[in-house]
Write a protein of this length. Structure first.
Length: 935
């Protein structure tokens, strides 16, 4: 590598020289000229050509004149801006390159020396100084450096010096498991186990001139959980030493952790240099890395034998406790008398695969504060002596199973004033295994959490009177509000009846007031003979019928009415392929009215390049038809999901889809980049900006309603739910109907209020679908819990491949207050700026197939729900009731999404396959089940 070579030069300078003498300047200019030749010579080759640094004596004017003949009249600038950076796990001094400079002369000295040494120079072809350039003799010592730029015709002045401390090694915080094997030897003679588990971890270090043998890597090793409880719960941290290879470390644990199926979180915490006695800064644990499981399934050469397993008790898994004195309470001065306490506790939510709890046993006794430095770990007290135990079970059967328990509370006695006690709660999973872990011990043992109990003898003022007063006032206020609401509701119903009666009278008057006149010419209407419908090519199904491939004979009759040049070109195209949405002849009047409403609305919207535009219609004869643009690649949801499946498949086969082999077996068009996804988002926001400016609210902004044309162009379609906001109102109040629940804002779910701001909310969910390649929003939140989750502040977490500024746009779309959400003009401008700034380095995606939003399962009910048309505001109980009575057969086929060509079909058990990302909306869901999903 030409510009990676460095040359250490020993040049005889005067001891206090500030600048280079003329002979040295000639030497460096000669080297610079050599490096700039077309043959790209190396530093060593150029040194040989300019080997005599004293080829010009200071008194030889002829020689110096010949050297100076190429000197430019424009001097080189002084090097400035020297600073340190970390690049590729090494510390580098960098500075801006000097114009016309070919190389840089670096002069160094020890930091405790007064002036720079006259003997130590080195040449760097690049504007950098790395640890590998430090001389070995003073490698570990602090030094000062200064830099001068050199060209074939000039040598610039030296920069201001910069001080560099002793070098510190750097490594990546990620440790990779190299191997994990069972050894039939004990850790030491005092060990109770005959075997050990040897864990070998591999680390990645930056360039270190002293070699990897000089590095001492210290890992952070944390116990995550153990599925089984052994005879001893102490889990000492293993000592790691250098492994068989320089870039590995080895630690040994007793084999008990394998039998107990323990999992650990780990990473490289710091690295130190043995020779330089320096170390890196402490690195933070990356909690996104999955834990390392040590079990019979993961350890090689293990002697495991399968035996029946009964889950052991889990102790200390409690969030908080609360307690109060029960029974007779002795006077504070009579401290010898004991107290009885009723203690309630809040258990930690069990892990996903954890066995259910049968009952709880509480061990309590004397306690004292933890030693200094351990309070953060426990947040409680250290039990020194167990004095008793109680259980919350009131009745057991013959086998020891609890038949009746007293919720999450226990009663204890023998408590005294002003004394510290500790209580440990243990969840019994199976009465056949009552092997409780060690509850008290020394500081080296990881003990279960013990909650603190302390009853003070000091009396506290009673708040009973204040509480009773507040409750009474609140009750009276609720009664007044209820009575007022009933009165207002009754009055509104009477007014609605009078309004309906007046409408009926107006309709009767209208029928007698007008006579049939010739119909006004509709420029969108075409004759049926000018439209060819290919019944065998079905593009999709919808609530109003089906969509077929068609061909429009001639051009669109509405081309004269189009005000856009692009619209004119589109509508003037003759004999073009189109999409025909056709209403079946058996459709009822309500469906026919909705279909005609959609046609009329598309006439009003006008042409836009980011909308699926209507070209013509047939409404004067049956069946009714809507003729629209044809988008060649179908809807965006299936477009993204097909590519997601393809990319995950390539990843599972070990193929780098960022750089596919030159082979016809791989389709580069099936690989999506982050830049392409951002382009889709900008295009869609542009179309929604146009809709909003025309006074329309779409109400169903989702990937399933975005169509793709030519692999790189998105258009907004499906205007079945679109409504016009009149000039005197910016809010559309729905009465119910089919609504896309997981794309709706809180005000739309609760009050059926739709506006441009509710479309912004749905666009934020659409951005999630785009960045996750068709992922399902809220994959773990049941639909009946969604409103409570959103109103409690819950939002979708930042998914993989999602840039931080892109996620900020999503979060702003999900502001609870509609007025705080940005408009589509602002959104489009911000996304367009992100699109311009994206680089090839961050352009590619890396898919994690284990994420919930990629692991889509076909649910029994899709994310589109039908709300009874009552016009009433919906509450969580009403929402659950609506979901319980929801039938998949009542859903429009438009909104039941599919996965890569899998069609919606009635299954054998009478259920329908729905959105692949939707959760099952099971009937009869528990009203308290949503508490687990509150944010």
């Amino acid at each position: 590598m030409i510009y990676a070579l460095l040359l250490l030069l020993w040049l005889p300078l005067s001891a206090d020289a500030e600048d280079l003498i003329e002979s040295q300047k000639c030497f460096f200019r000669c080297t610079a000229k050599c490096l700039g030749w077309p043959q790209n010579s190396t530093v060593q080759e150029c040194q040989a050509d300019c080997k005599d640094p004293q080829f010009c004596n200071t008194t030889d004017e002829y020689c110096l004149d010949s050297c100076n003949t190429s000197i430019s009249t424009m001097p080189l600038e002084r090097v400035s801006g020297l600073h340190t950076e970390e690049q590729n796990l090494t510390t580098v001094v960098v500075f801006p390159p000097v114009r016309n400079a070919t190389l840089y002369v670096v002069q160094y000295k020890l930091s405790d020396e007064a002036i720079f040494s006259s003997q130590s120079y080195l040449i760097s072809p690049q504007p950098t100084f790395t640890n590998s350039m430090r001389p070995k003799s003073i490698f570990c010592k602090p030094i000062d450096i200064r830099v001068a730029a050199v060209s074939p015709s000039q040598t610039g002045p030296f920069s201001e010096p910069i001080s560099l401390g002793p070098p510190r090694p750097l490594i990546s915080s990620e440790l990779k498991l190299s191997k994990m094997v069972y050894l039939n030897t004990s850790i030491n003679s005092d060990s109770a186990y005959n075997g050990t588990v040897e864990v070998t971890l591999k680390y990645t270090a930056g360039a270190w001139p002293l070699g990897l043998e000089d590095l001492d890597v210290t890992p952070a090793w944390y116990l995550f959980s153990c599925n089984k409880t052994g005879s001893d719960t102490s889990v000492p941290v293993p000592d790691f030493t250098q492994g068989p290879n320089p870039d590995t470390i080895v630690g040994r644990l007793e084999a008990d952790v394998m039998y107990r199926e323990c999992s650990y979180m780990y990473n490289a915490e710091r690295v130190a240099s043995r020779k330089c006695r320096t170390e890196s800064a402490k690195m933070v644990l990356d909690k996104s890395v999955p834990p390392l499981e040590i079990s019979c399934a993961t350890v090689k050469n293990n002697p495991c034998v399968h035996v029946d397993y009964f889950p052991s008790p889990r102790c200390g898994q409690i969030n908080t406790i609360d307690y109060e004195v029960t029974g007779r309470k002795p006077a504070p001065d009579r401290r010898n008398e004991s107290l009885s306490l009723n203690i309630t506790f809040d258990p930690i939510k069990p892990m996903r695969n954890e066995a259910p709890t049968n009952y709880y046993v509480a061990f309590y006794g004397d306690a004292q504060p933890h030693s200094k430095g351990r309070d953060d770990l426990f947040g409680s007290v250290n039990v020194t002596r167990i004095t008793g135990n109680v259980t919350n079970c009131l009745k057991f059967d013959k086998l020891g199973y609890c038949l009746k328990s007293y919720n999450n509370s226990v009663s204890i006695s023998g408590i005294h004033y002003d004394k510290t006690y500790g209580i440990i709660f243990c969840a019994v999973k199976d009465p056949r295994n009552l092997a409780f872990p060690e509850l008290i011990g020394n500081s080296s043992v990881l003990l279960p959490k013990a909650s603190k109990i302390f009853v003070s003898s000091k009396e506290k003022p009673s708040k009973a009177g204040l509480i009773i007063g507040i409750i009474g006032a609140a009750f009276i206020l609720v009664m007044i509000i209820t009575a007022l609401s009933c009165y207002i509701n009754k009055k509104q119903k009477q007014e609605n009846k009078m309004y309906q009666l007046r409408l009926a009278q107006l309709e009767m008057e209208k029928e007698t007031r007008y006579v049939n006149l010739p119909k006004q010419l509709d420029i969108w209407e075409i004759e049926r003979r000018n439209l060819i419908i290919y019944d065998e090519v079905k593009l999709g199904s919808g609530a109003f019928g089906a969509v077929y491939l068609g061909r429009l004979i001639g051009n669109s009759p509405a081309n004269h009415d189009s005000k856009s040049p692009l619209g004119v070109n589109l509508m003037r195209a003759e004999n073009c392929q189109v999409a025909v949405k056709m209403l079946p002849e058996y459709a009822d009047d309500a469906t026919r009215s909705e279909f005609l409403r959609e046609i009329g609305l598309m006439k009003t919207i006008g042409y836009h390049e980011r909308l699926v535009n209507m070209l013509a219609c047939i409404t004067e004869s049956e069946p009714l038809c809507l003729v629209a643009e044809l988008c060649s690649d179908g809807d965006l949801l299936n477009f993204l999901r097909e590519r997601c499946k393809y990319m995950i498949k390539l990843d599972m086969e070990g193929i780098n889809y960022h750089d596919l082999p030159e082979d016809n077996n791989y389709n580069i068009e099936m690989v999506v980049t982050l830049k392409q996804l951002l382009m889709f988002a900008v295009q869609i926001s542009y179309g929604l900006e146009y809709l909003t400016s025309k006074g329309f609210v779409h109400r169903d902004v989702a990937a399933r309603n975005i169509l793709v044309n030519g692999k790189n162009s998105c258009k907004i379609g499906d205007f079945g739910l679109c409504r016009n906001l009149y000039a005197d109102s910016l809010l559309y109040k729905s009465k119910g109907g089919r609504l896309p629940l997981k794309w709706m804002s809180p005000e739309a779910i609760r009050r059926y209020e739709f506006s441009a701001q509710s479309d912004v909310w749905a666009f934020g969910v659409l951005l999630f679908e785009i960045i996750t390649l068709g992922g399902s929003p809220y994959p773990l939140i049941p639909a009946e819990c969604l409103l409570e989750f959103l109103e409690s502040g819950g939002r979708i977490e930042r998914p993989d491949n999602c840039p931080e500024d892109f996620y900020e746009v999503m979060l702003e779309c999900w502001y609870f207050e509609p007025e705080k959400r940005p408009d589509f003009l602002t959104i489009r401008q911000r996304l367009a700026a992100q699109l311009e700034e994206i680089t090839e380095e961050y352009n590619y995606l890396k898919l994690d197939g284990q994420k919930e939003y990629y692991n889509v399962q076909y649910a029994e009910k899709p994310d589109i729900m039908v709300i009874p048309e009552t016009g009433e505001s919906i509450s969580p109980p009403n929402l659950r009731k609506a979901l319980d009575t929801l039938s998949a057969d009542s859903l429009p086929v438009d909104d039941i999404t599919t996965w890569s060509g899998v069609t919606n079909a009635q299954t054998g058990d009478g259920t329908r396959e729905g959105d692949s990302g939707a959760v099952s909306l099971a009937k009869g869901s528990d009203s308290d089940s949503c508490k687990d999903y509150s944010f």
